[in-house]
Design a protein around this ligand. Structure first.
Ligand code: CA
Length: 243
């Protein structure tokens, strides 16, 4: 199955990332082809478990969720998306082959924002997707930063990793905020001092190391990936690779 690498999903902002959760390869391929043609980036998952893993790894802007999936149903996937704080507001369109209204209503009750019935017209799907994305962008979700399984609410200062609340000191919070604004970019200690501590404050570059250590301790739980990468002779980056 075709999958995007983490690198491909980095320059977010410009093109919305759509996760297509579909167990029929032909339909998944058709969706990818049409969505990419319309300027979306596309990620795929062939079952519910994979969908939840992809959402945690590379949070999409919208999910097209097939109702009938092997093992974990689309409804259950939707419930779990809503249960996790990092994906609570993620726009979900349920794709269903069933035509019974009851089923559609049940789909929406589990938290799907909209649904479309197979076979569907691509234009109709695109219109719904765009409407949903507009709505999602108009509410102040801009106050939230996300990277990998980390999420930061800038209004409430709540930071979570994989749904678990993290407790950061003020400096670690600002460090993480800066990293999350520039994921994967490598910063020299001096750059971090300027950005986080301020240009006018004289602090030894070694101080950065101390706070990086504290940050790691706060955000990396038992058995979790170290998302702070040390780049020898260069500095630090928020990265999921090469920690
Ligand atoms: Ca299916």
């Amino acid at each position: 199955m075709q999958r995007m690498t983490m690198q491909d999903t980095v320059p977010a902002l410009s093109k919305p990332l759509v996760l297509v959760v579909e167990d029929e390869p032909a339909l998944a391929t058709m969706l990818r082809y049409n969505l990419e043609k319309q300027g979306f980036r596309v990620d795929e998952a062939a079952d519910g478990q994979e969908a939840l893993a992809r959402i945690a790894e590379a949070p999409p802007d919208l999910v097209l969720l097939d109702w009938m999936l092997p093992a974990l149903s689309g409804i259950e996937v939707c419930r779990q998306i809503r249960r996790r704080s990092a994906s609570r507001d993620l726009p979900v369109i349920m794709v269903t082959a069933r035509t019974e209204d009851q089923d559609a209503v049940r789909g929406l009750n589990t938290g799907a924002d909209d649904y479309i019935t197979k076979p569907f017209n691509m234009e109709a799907l695109l219109a719904r997707m765009r409407a949903l994305l507009r709505r999602a962008n108009s509410v102040p979700t801009k106050g939230r930063l996300e990277f990998h399984d980390l999420s930061m609410d800038l209004a409430t200062h709540r930071v979570q990793r994989n749904g678990r609340a993290l407790h950061l000191g003020p400096t670690e919070f600002r460090l993480l905020e800066y990293f999350m604004q520039h994921p994967r970019r490598v910063f020299a200690r001096e750059e971090l001092l300027d950005a986080v501590w301020g240009r006018d404050i004289h602090v030894e570059p070694r101080t950065v190391d101390v706070h990086i250590r504290r940050l790691r301790k706060s955000i990396n739980g038992e058995g979790e990936l170290d998302v702070v990468r040390t780049v020898r002779a260069a500095g630090y980056a928020l990265d999921t690779e090469g920690a």
